[in-house]
Design a protein around this ligand. Structure first.
Ligand code: TTP
Ligand code: MG
Length: 388
């Protein structure tokens, strides 16, 4: 059996916990400028239709009494660490998947902690007593199902799907609840008259696979009660990215490149801190009308220098025809691997010296950032444009 735990309105709940004046009030965590977005909203604010990623000005329009609270990252990661430590007391197999969410394999734990329901209550109580926060828990025989279950009685709920209920639950499951079904897949599925997971059985498996590829195969498997994914205790980060909403919308390529440089430095620094390299670089652009695009490039060999990330990001950007003004820029890396794999700089013969040099620049920049914070370097490096 697998347990999935997700904290309720995590950032907002922490702010309300630490400031009694905010309790019971509609609050949104995020920047105060009109250009910021909501990172999360308290349940009181959600009643007004406010949700994560909504532009703050829109949130304020929906609820004029909304209290905007600036975020406190370290507080959230401290709480997260302590919550994960609590989970580790209940199972040796805990997989944190985000700052406020984790899977646990609880097969065989019941003899120690009573029934699954008792165990869920015990975990919730420990978190409540220690952190003064509530969470929601889902328990199911399959991983994807546990995640869906934890959302069913949010906030402060427990939902258990027993083995004997799992097939019926899956068949009736709204197809849009399945992780990975985005807007496009959903409209394609709806066109095929597929609304629940059970509806997949209306078609031959081959037909679904030919339409949806690898994801189609996953849908067919799920419809047949198969989920190959297991709880993996050492969570491998899948991507690192950083994005920023600009202080004004722009089409100025020079400015966009400068912002990309700063973002690449920040992403590169995180990558190197984690002692990892990446084989994919991606960019995200959000435009003045809030539409957005992402572009990804797969590298022949993995890299970890900020310069390599920046170069790829700029190349991706230069292939975009800018028709609208840019509102937000993001740079990210994925296909992460341990740094022990051979990286570009060791294999490129003549290119070696150049990359080695950049490696030293990275080291120096990282050191300054660690010591003085990131703004100082950002300002300095944003001025002269980087040349080979
Ligand atoms: P979620 O678990 O998605 O949201 P939540 O915990 O705020 O609310 P819920 O009760 O529905 O689980 O995300 C966890 C935290 O991650 C959230 O508190 C803030 C942060 N976050 C962002 O900063 N931006 C986002 O777009 C999302 C979705 C989350
Ligand atoms: Mg949450």
């Amino acid at each position: 059996m697998i347990l999935h735990l997700d904290m309720d309105a995590f950032f907002a709940a922490i702010e309300q916990r630490d400031n009694p004046a905010l309790r019971g009030k509609p609050i949104a965590v995020g920047g105060t400028s009109d250009r910021s977005v909501v990172s999360t909203a308290s349940y009181e604010a959600r009643k007004y239709g406010i949700h994560s990623a909504m532009p703050m000005f829109q949130a304020k329009k929906k609820c004029p009494d909304l209290i905007i609270v600036p975020g406190h990252r370290t507080k959230y990661s401290d709480a997260s660490r302590q919550i994960m430590a609590i989970l580790n007391e209940y199972s040796p197999l805990v997989e944190p998947v985000s700052i406020d969410e984790a899977y646990m394999d609880i097969s065989g734990c019941s003899r120690l902690f009573g029934t699954h329901l008792e165990m869920a209550h015990a975990i919730k109580k420990r978190i409540k007593d220690q952190q003064h926060l509530t969470c929601s828990i889902g328990i199911a025989p399959l991983k994807y199902m546990a995640k869906i279950a934890s959302d069913i009685q949010k906030p402060d709920g427990i939902t258990i799907i027993k083995k004997e209920q799992a097939q019926a639950f899956a068949m009736a499951l709204d197809i849009k609840k399945i992780p990975g079904v985005g807007k496009r897949a959903l409209s394609q599925l709806q066109r095929l008259n597929i609304h629940t997971l059970g509806d997949i059985h209306r078609y031959e498996a081959e037909h679904i696979v030919s339409k949806f590829g690898k994801f189609g195969l996953r849908l067919v498997e799920l419809a047949n009660g198969i989920d190959q994914s297991r709880v993996e205790s050492r969570h491998i980060r899948k991507s690192i990215s950083k994005e920023v909403t600009l202080s004004h919308d722009t089409t100025d390529p020079k400015y966009i490149r400068e912002v990309m440089l700063s973002l690449s430095q920040s992403v590169g620094r995180t990558l190197r801190r984690k002692k990892m390299v990446c084989a994919n670089v991606f960019i995200k652009l959000k435009f003045s009308d809030f539409s957005q695009i992402t572009r990804t490039h797969k590298l022949n060999l993995p890299v970890c220098s900020s310069k390599s990330i920046y170069d790829e990001a700029v190349r991706l950007f230069e292939n975009v025809t800018l028709k609208k003004r840019v509102r937000l820029i993001g740079v990210g890396v994925s296909s992460l691997q341990d740094e022990s794999v051979p990286v570009q700089m060791e294999l490129l013969g003549n290119g070696q010296t150049r990359h080695k040099q950049w490696e030293r620049v990275d080291e120096a920049v990282d050191m300054i950032m660690d010591k003085f914070g990131s703004d100082l370097v950002k300002k300095a490096t944003l001025n002269p444009s980087i040349k080979e």
